[in-house]
Design a binder for this molecule. Structure first.
Ligand code: G6P
Length: 609
């Protein structure tokens, strides 16, 4: 987590750094700060409020300079207060400070380094692991900031992306990465560093993506990149065709609302490239790889994990391939039985989630090399480390709660299911056509959910004042209940629990009281009659029932609320129920007045373990 940015230029970099911070705020927003060299001295402004407040302070203090670094923080070591906010300085007083650093990641051996540095006279002003880095660079500094960073890196363990500068070399910034993303932006008479290219899109379209253990030395007119052995290397410049207006809210109140309503457009875009079902959709090597696999293991975190859970139902029922799904952070620390013929499917919106990336590396280390990533960011570390990739093309997702990414992941996973089924001769031509028709009907069906917005809004108003909500689902819709509950937690701060409706009598029924709202996903499928019995079991115990269904065969009973979905696209029905929950949680959050796009304590890209 945390967003870092740095700029060296021949013009004032302060407005650019501030603008970049707005684009990086999704990575954490506990505090923020900027450091600039002005009149030969380092100056720093930090705050524990949002970037807009920092910007006001910068203007008030008339801060400007031709090189600087800035940071937006998601706290790990040290609470989110002003002393722990980055940039961190090293010097024996902040006035004489000569080194400034911003950092994303965790330095694992910070305690022992802190002890050693304290012994030789360094005084710490924060509880962060980052300040250790600042002092260590200062310790090694002997007139060349690049050399000091190279030496420092030999002594640290952990994950980092850093941008460092020294007041004695005012027009030079050094960056390094290991485990956290860092991209170089190339400008005219100016160069940049950032955690994500999105932060630099307003200033350049030319990027170089650093890889782990690489170090970069930037001046306004020069970029030198070094490998782990200190040898200068050449790297490819990539041109990104992203518009700087991708971040505009337009008519919407929140990014989450905007992103929910973008979903039909995204599915239409994905559909454009699909004329038939063939493995090359997942890369030119896909036919060979898919041919030899005998099982699938899906890994992800958060919402991405839930999309994997849904894919398990699809792959096992349509492609008939044994599939397991695991939370990435659990998989990597568990003893497992590796099978080199397993297809590892890594799901991640950002492509940078630390646990997911480590799980990928762990699978590789176990000899499982058939790795397919389903990811929204083509230039991410996860895509980079995968043999095959499918880019979900959802566009930049700003809101912390994942919406359009979830839907596009599900689309991709359904496509993967069909490709695997066809390759294994488990899909007739007729079935292929029917599934393709389902995919094609998705955008319209999503729009039909949007047409129910007024009803969903009423439900949202009702649930907004609840303390606890239960969500029930069965089969492929159980992960949707989990994802719905996650949305209520993330953006409404409402305690929400999901259960399989069949499991209620094995414990959760004890929680049901007169005023316990229960939302039931009741699709018209083979389990509907069983579900109706589960509903009766809850009803006689006076549970408060709210049913979302596409079935016309429910007896509209007193004291039960119904929300009727008109279309479901058959196997793709989880997507439509998922979007209904996105809108429902969103509306509830609007009534609760929470920070919808930046919920408390969370961050969009979780680049620490
Ligand atoms: C964070 C986000 C979630 C996301 C999860 C996994 O917790 O807030 O929305 O689902 O990370 O992120 P990824 O980028 O790997 O999908």
């Amino acid at each position: 987590m945390c967003g870092i940015v740095g700029a060296v230029s021949l013009r004032d970099v302060t407005p650019m750094l501030t603008e970049s911070l707005y684009h990086l705020e999704y990575r954490g927003y506990d505090s923020c700060g900027i450091a600039i060299i002005k009149n030969g001295e380092l100056h720093r402004i930090r705050g524990t409020k949002r970037i807009s407040e920092l910007q006001k302070k910068i203007q008030k203090n008339n801060l400007h300079g031709i090189s600087g670094i800035a940071h937006t923080r998601w706290a790990t070591h040290g609470s989110p207060n002003i002393n722990n906010a980055h940039p961190h300085f090293s010097g024996f007083s902040s006035k004489n400070a000569s080194i400034a650093i911003v950092h994303n990641g965790i330095i694992e051996n910070h305690e022992v380094l802190r002890k050693n540095l304290s012994k030789i006279g360094y005084r710490f002003k924060s509880q962060t692991d980052t300040e250790v880095l600042a002092h260590l660079i200062n310790y090694f500094y002997n007139g060349d900031i690049l050399k000091a960073v190279q030496q420092t890196i030999q002594h640290i363990k952990g994950k980092y992306a850093i941008a460092v500068f020294c007041k004695k070399e005012p027009n030079r910034i050094v960056g390094a990465r290991n485990g956290s993303p860092l991209v170089i932006g190339i400008g005219k008479n100016e160069n940049f560093l950032a955690s994500d290219n999105v932060a630099l899109i307003p200033f350049t379209k030319k990027f170089i993506y650093l890889e782990d253990t690489e170090i970069v030395d930037l001046t306004p007119n020069n970029i030198s990149i070094f490998n782990t052995n200190g040898i200068k290397i050449n790297k490819k410049i990539q041109i990104e065709a992203i518009n700087s207006d991708v971040n505009e809210l337009g008519i919407h109140q929140h990014y989450m609302e905007k992103e929910i309503f973008e979903q039909p457009k995204i599915i239409r875009r994905l559909l454009k490239n699909i004329k038939s079902i063939h493995p090359e959709l997942f890369g030119y090597q896909a036919p060979n790889i898919f041919e030899k696999i005998d099982s699938v293991l899906i890994l992800g975190c958060g919402t991405s994990y839930y999309s994997g859970m849904i894919a398990k139902y699809w792959i096992e029922s349509i492609a008939k391939i044994v599939t397991s799904v695991e939370i990435a952070s659990e998989y990597r620390y568990r003893d497992t039985i590796p099978n080199p013929n397993t297809l590892i499917v890594i799901i991640s919106q950002s492509g940078e989630t630390a646990d997911t990336l480590s799980a990928l590396k762990h699978a590789k280390d176990l000899g499982m090399k058939n790795i397919l990533s389903i990811c929204n960011v083509a230039t991410s570390s996860i895509v980079n480390a995968s043999m095959l990739s499918y880019i979900t093309q959802a566009g930049l997702e700003v809101s912390v709660a994942s919406t359009k990414s979830f839907t596009s992941q599900l689309f991709s996973l359904f496509l993967l299911t069909l490709v695997l089924a066809k390759l294994k001769n488990r899909l007739t031509k007729n079935q292929e056509n029917l599934f393709l028709t389902d995919l094609k009907c998705l955008p319209k069906s999503i729009e039909s959910i949007f047409s129910m917005r007024k009803d969903i809004e009423k439900w949202g108003r009702y649930f907004a004042c609840k303390k606890n909500i239960f969500l029930l689902g069965r089969g492929v819709h159980y992960p949707i209940a989990l994802e719905g509950a996650l949305k209520f937690k993330e953006i409404c701060y409402i305690h929400a629990e999901a259960f399989q409706s069949s499991e209620m009598k094995h414990g959760p029924l004890a929680l049901i009281t007169k005023n316990t709202p229960i939302i039931i996903i009741a699709p018209k499928d083979k389990l509907i009659e069983k579900l109706k019995s589960n509903i009766q079991e809850i009803k006689v115990r006076a549970g408060e029932l709210h049913i979302i269904t596409d079935s016309n065969n429910f007896n509209i009973q007193k004291n039960i609320n119904f929300l009727k979905i008109s279309e479901t696209c058959n196997s793709l029905s989880p997507i439509l129920y998922g979007i209904t929950f996105q809108l429902l949680a969103y509306q509830a959050a609007v009534f609760r007045g929470t920070h919808i796009d930046k919920p408390r304590n969370l961050a969009k890209s979780v680049t620490v373990e």
